[in-house]
Design a protein around this ligand. Structure first.
Ligand code: SAM
Length: 212
């Protein structure tokens, strides 16, 4: 999702109390940001934020961090936060490529990847959030017990991601190619893209993986 550049979005983000700006300075100290020792869940590519906000609402004893690369998109999430503050949720505007500079080993419990950009060309495959490079980065910030949950309607990206997880020696805990008609749909929180694509009749795929 890349909205047109919205004038003033960078400035609004710079001033927002819901965004952590000097994110690298909190490496190993994210509990200080929340003021408690609750588990931390990340959503990478959080978009307009409705998925992570609903998670934060339902689970006040879990801390959430939404990572989004583009100011113009993150701005939409911040506008929602102005209507409803959630003390267990903050955002970072950054490229997830650099997450190892921001989080310490064992600092993150779970990671959510929702409708990640497919980067269909081979030469840009390394940018996929389920590429071997990214899976390695997740290993370097997550607890051993942590899980990565990935949803997409893009079947090619999904099959690639399942293969990548196998090649990188992760446990495949759940694979469904029709989440909404599966036993795993109970409690599912739909993202903005999930609502849009399922209304078009697209099947939603989901994979949950954990480290061996
Ligand atoms: N997760 C939302 C949903 O399901 O409705 C948005 C999906 S949208 C297709 C993908 C989002 O991921 C975009 O907002 C994009 O800017 C963001 N994104 C892609 N690559 C990223 C990266 N390397 N770091 C941070 N955000 C990224």
């Amino acid at each position: 999702m890349r909205l047109r550049n919205i004038p003033g979005s960078r400035e609004t983000i710079a001033e927002s109390p819901y965004v952590v700006h000097d994110e690298e300075s909190y490496k190993g100290k994210w509990h200080e940001v929340f003021g408690n020792d609750h588990p931390i869940h990340l959503e990478i590519g959080t978009g307009k934020g409705s998925f992570i906000m609903e998670n934060a609402r339902r689970n006040p004893d879990i801390n959430y961090i939404g990572i989004e690369k583009y100011s113009s998109v993150l701005l939409r999430a911040l506008q929602k936060m102005e209507q409803e503050e959630l003390p267990n949720l903050v955002f970072i505007r950054m490229d997830a490529e650099y997450i190892e500079n921001v989080f310490e080993k064992d600092e993150i419990d779970n990671i959510f990847l929702n409708f990640s950009d497919p980067w269909p060309k081979d030469r840009t495959a390394k940018r996929r959030l389920t590429s071997d490079r990214f899976l390695k980065r997740y290993t370097n910030i997550m607890k051993k017990s942590g899980k990565v949950t990935f949803k997409t309607d893009n079947i090619d990206l999904f099959e690639y991601s399942v293969e990548m997880a196998k090649e990188c020696d992760w446990n495949i805990e759940v694979v469904t190619r029709d989440l909404h008609n599966s036993e795993y749909n109970e409690g599912n929180i739909m993202t903005e893209y999930e609502k849009k694509f399922s209304q078009l009749g697209n099947k939603i795929n989901m994979m949950i993986i954990s480290q061996k």
